[in-house]
Design a protein. Sequence first.
Length: 205
Amino acid sequence: MATFKSSTFGRISGKHGNAIAAVRKDGLCILKEYNKPSNPNTPKQQAQRTIFQYGMKELNCLRCIFTITFDGQYGLNRALSLAMKSSIVDEFPNFKLDYSMLLISNGNLEKLALLKIERQIATAIRLEWNTEELMRVSTHDTVNLVFLDPAKKSVVFKQNCAIRSTGSIEVELPPIWKGLPIHGWVYLSSSVGKTFSTSQYIGLI
């Protein structure tokens, strides 16, 4: 590394042979070895970029939920990182999203012991779960439901729509969803909304 304090040369900048000029934080101008940026664009790198782009396109519709369940503005990135490991399947470039493996939330709260999930008349959905053994959990944990139309990337989020001790809930989905294949998930959040259960896929409804 060479340094220049002489007023003869004035300010030195740019590339000089195999070195490049740079200015340090203290204002001192230095020359350091220039290393050409390496971007071999290998098949592995291509696959990684493509899977990231695919995942971002597929999951962006759930961004507002991920900001809640994965703690803030970078929630989508955290959810995407998990999805790239478990729910985005098949080989580059023919990726697919396995909705049954997609995590809407991830945490330590006890999950619901689901008993029945059924579609009622029109677009109503009814869920029932076991409430017989609630000794180890808070009865005031709240139930959250997420529904997704995969074709239009349209999402319905039913936040804090019941508590664990109620044992059942019936919700109404948009009329335009009648007869459509809709994916659903349920997860629990603590009464103060700071901790969550790992989400449960409730099927293609």
